[in-house]
Write a protein that binds this ligand. Sequence first.
Ligand code: ZN
Ligand code: ZN
Length: 211
Amino acid sequence: MTHLEHTPASPPRKKRPLAPDIRRLDDRSARAWTESMAVTPLGRGRYAVDAGDRYVVNLPEHRCSCPDASIRGETCKHLRRVAIEITRHEVPPPGKREGQCAACGHDRFVPEDGPDLCDDCRFVAGDIARDRETGDRVVVVESTDDPADEWVVEGTDTTIADYETNEGYPSDDPVVVVVYPFSRRFESFADLKRYAFPHSRLEPTEEQFVV
Ligand SMILES: [Zn+2]
Ligand SMILES: [Zn+2]
């Protein structure tokens, strides 16, 4: 037997605690983890951090109004704390805000600009969905941020929202673009005619289309 045959496919995982051992952290990281701070999302990637003094962190620009960051150019404890709270899903990441998902009704992080849908309820390309009106299975090509009442059906002057079979669905539903690959033979996925639906008309399934 060669040595290689004894080598497992992947090395065994090391046991580790999830919370960091703060003795191993530098001073700023340890403070970011352990000090009492209140982080309030302000939108547009900005967060107010109240740590006794109140400072404003701009995460996309990696800036903070405290002296440690603005004068000394350090990655201060406020910047680190915001990053930690985002990782722990305590506050929304830049581009998201706290809100109620229009599909599942749960309080979730939803896009700042865009439909009130949580990540779980948004369709992604390849998802198989069912048309609630006809029962047809369709494959999602694209999830858009465009509301149904602003999307004109190709070759008509009617919007998706005004289209008669879509009457029962919210007019500001985001438009989802789908194809029908199951009912016909096709050479390439790209050749299939695309159809636009209001999001709520499509019922999610657990299935994915594998090309
Ligand atoms: Zn700071
Ligand atoms: Zn949802």
